[in-house]
Every structure is written in C-alpha cells, then in structure tokens.
Design a protein around this ligand. Structure first.
Ligand SMILES: Cc1ncc(COP(=O)(O)O)c(C=O)c1O
Length: 438
C-alpha cells in the first residue's frame, strides 16, 4: 500500500515537472508520509470519542499543563495556549502556514503559484530536508564561494552530494555567472542543485537590479542544459539597505521561468523576525497549494520531518503566529532593519577609509545587505592567524572564512563600536604583516 502511495506521488511530481523528478535523490524517491498515528489522528479530529493520539489532555482536547508553564503563557487566548502545549501537526500549525504564505507574498503577483509553506525547525532543518530530497551520493551541488560552511555538512557530509564552487566575486564585483561557471565541466543532461543565498552569509551581499537580470539569465541558460533545482536560501530576506537592491526573493523570478528549472524557497523567522532561538523555518515550492505535485512534495517533507523530529515545536510556532497576527508587524520588522542599516552605513564608511589607507592589507568585498561584511586579506596573511591575534591581543572576535577572509557580523556590534573594531582589525593585520616580513 505504501508502495502504491509512493508511486502515485512520484508520478504526480514527474507529471508536473519531469526536471524536478529527475533531480529527486534515491531517498527523495523513497519517502512518503505514512498513514500512521498523525495521519489517523488527523482523520479522527472532532470525533466525540477520539482515542488516537498519545498526548495527555483533559479528555476534551485541551492540555494539562504544569502550573509554572501555564503561567508563562498566561497572556494567550485559551485556544492559543492549548495549541502551545499540544503537538503541532507534522507540517506545522495551519494558521501559521497560511499567515507566513501571506507574509512571503507581500508585493508578489496573486498569479504566482506557491505552496503552503511547510514548517521546519529553523532554516537548517529546512535545508537538510531539501538535501535529503535532492542531494544524495554524487549529486552536484553548486554554491558560490565563499559560502556558509554548514551547507557542506547538510548536503555533502550528510547525503554524499558533491560540492562544486566558483568565486562569488570577481574583480571586486559580484559574479553573476557563478553558477554556470561552476557547472561548466558537468555533462549536459545531468541534474544539478544550486544554492542562491541573497542577501548572503558570509558576504552580506544582495544583487542589484541589473545583476539580478544577469544572474537569472545565467540560470535559465543552465536550465537549457540540465534539470536544475535552485534553492533560494532567503534567511536574510528583507535586510537590504541600498535603493538599487530589491527585497524580492529570486524564488518569484525563477518560478515558472523555465520548465527545467524548479526553485525552492527556504526561509524563516530566525533573522526575518529576529527570533533566533525560536527555530521556526519554512520550505515552499512553486506550485499551486491544491495541486497533486504540492501534495506529493508535502507528503515527502512530512515523512522526513516525522522520521527525524516527530513534529515541529508548537510553542515557538505560536510565538511567530502572535507576531504575524499583529497589524503592525511590518513596522516592527522595519524598526529592526533600520537599526541594522545605521550600523551598515557606519561600517561602510569605516571600511572605505581602511580601503584608502591600507589597501595592501585589507580589501573589503562589496557588501550592501544582510548582517555581514567580508574582508579579503593580503596574500601574505593567514585569516585564522589574524583572527587569533585579534582575540589574544586586541580583545576582538571575528570569524575567519578559509585562509584569506575575515567576516564582521555587524548585526551583533553596537554602531558606535564599529569604527574602533575596524581600527583594531587594521592594526592586527598590520602587526601580522610586519611579523611575517621580519
Ligand atoms: C545563509 C544561512 N542559511 C541558513 C541559516 C540557518 O538558519 P537557522 O538558524 O534558522 O537554522 C543561516 C544561519 O546562520 C544562514 O546564515
């Protein structure tokens, strides 16, 4: 029976998008949400005698919370506090999914198809589910470099995918051809997966409007050569600071743009709603929510979530839901963005001075968005050695990326402290350069 269900779902995916089916990993083809406890409990919802699910209730669907925990959520409506204490559905709380969909679709055309987002435990879990579906041994995964190191764990270490990369920056500019360049040696027809993370970590870069058009053109050209799944890691969605950079996710531009290209959106409340500890993320596919392909993909994601986590955390979903119900949510998110924009401008100015004064030591790579700035160090310097020197002698912590880059997370430094931080980095780099010569 499970095999019939799996076959039906795989056929629905193949019928809607042969490219997406061609890119499904062996694990992605095997998984399907089983008709066991959550499925049967959902079927029994509302029955007078419902003995399906193993959660402790008052016998009428409400929880029996411990007093101190009930006190912690005393401000919630009784129905919401019930949802706080009981299991979430495996795909997430329905109202949260609906409201996040509306949040994602602000300023997006009503015709653009997108599924009801599936809830994950932070973006990392969302990425690992997508890796299980479309990674697997030998699958080529393209990530512009330098990249967030955890992609390696999620895709290569866990599933055996092979990371291919090309430089995200060339001659001090974003390299819009990075994905076709990285795939140049891969045989035409072989399916591949690409990650586009804009605004980026560690780069702090989002494409300008003209670069966006070039980037899309390159992806469409690549899709002429092979089935291509493009994961839009929108962790830093909304955090843009320049007028020529749009907040719009590439997901919307790529959706329906080529029959061999399927974008998948991974996003969440972590940075977008400044809720890092909440671990609420989402996976969204570019299909109508009622379509067979949407249902088939949902079944696969639910199987992966259920097998690893049971279900996503209800308590933090409830907190995100409270935020999304707030009429002033956009204004509140904008307040946080403005704080970061001020830090961004201060850091930019300080780094422009360094670039003028000590170009032989440090070169800031272009940055215009998100939470970070990247510094490229002189060839004679080792990034991790400079990082340790900063820690030991300059009371300053930064992250080294590979052997030649240092990342400044301006999102976690007071605006007034940023010029001094930059002075310290410059001093440390100069000291290391002198020591290397001597
Ligand atoms: C680019 C990128 N993707 C995903 C994540 C993971 O987000 P989460 O903390 O929600 O798992 C991060 C976190 O730093 C990130 O920088």
């Amino acid at each position: 029976m499970m095999t019939d269900q799996i076959d039906t779902e795989n056929r629905a995916i193949g019928a809607a998008s042969p490219a997406l089916f061609a890119t499904l990993a062996p694990l992605g083809r095997r998984v399907s949400f089983p008709p066991d406890i959550p499925f049967q409990a959902a079927a029994a919802r509302g029955k007078t005698y419902n003995g399906t699910i193993g959660q402790i209730t008052d016998g009428a669907g409400s929880p029996l919370p411990l007093e101190p925990m009930a006190a912690a959520v005393a401000g919630l409506e009784p129905r919401d506090s019930d949802r706080f204490f009981l299991y979430s559905p495996v795909d997430g709380l329905p109202e949260l999914r609906q409201r996040w969909r509306e949040w994602q679709r602000r300023s997006v055309s009503p015709e653009a198809p997108s599924t009801l987002p599936l809830v994950t435990v932070g973006l990392t879990h969302g990425l690992s589910v997508v890796a299980d579906l479309f990674g697997g041994v030998g699958r080529k995964l393209v990530v512009p470099a330098p990249f967030w190191g955890n992609y390696r764990q999620t895709f290569a270490v866990r599933t055996g995918a092979e990371i291919l990369s090309a430089p995200a920056y060339l001659d001090g500019r974003y390299n819009c051809r990075v994905i076709p360049e990285a795939l140049a040696g891969v045989a035409p027809g072989e399916p591949a997966v690409a990650i586009v993370n804009l605004p980026s970590n560690p780069g702090g870069y989002a494409v300008t409007d003209s670069e966006r058009a070039e980037l899309i053109a390159g992806l469409l050209e690549e899709a002429d050569r092979r089935p291509l799944v493009v994961i839009c890691d929108d962790a830093y969605a909304g955090l843009v600071y320049e007028p020529d950079v749009s907040v719009r996710s590439l997901f919307w531009d790529l959706s329906g743009a080529h029959e061999q290209l399927v974008p998948i959106k991974v996003d969440g409340a972590t940075k977008e709603l400044s809720f890092f500890g909440g671990r609420v993320g989402f996976i969204t596919f570019p299909f109508d929510p009622e379509s067979d392909v949407a249902q088939a993909l949902e079944s696969k994601v639910k199987c992966l979530t259920r097998s690893a986590l049971g279900s996503p955390v209800a308590a933090s979903q409830m907190i995100v839901l409270q935020a999304l119900r707030d009429e002033r949510i956009e204004e509140r998110v904008e307040q946080v963005r403005r704080v970061l924009e001020k830090r961004y401008r201060t850091l930019r100015k300080a780094l422009e001075e360094v670039a003028r004064e000590a170009p032989e030591l440090l070169r800031p790579l272009p940055f215009n968005a998100g939470c970070f700035a990247l510094l490229e160090l002189a060839e004679s310097l080792d990034a991790d050695a400079v990082r340790r020197h900063l820690l030991e002698d300059h009371d300053t912590g930064l992250v080294s990326i590979g052997s030649s880059h240092l990342r400044i997370a301006f999102c976690s430094v007071k605006r007034a402290a940023l010029p001094e931080l930059v002075q310290r980095v410059t001093r440390a780099a100069r000291e290391m350069a002198v020591a290397a010569k001597g």
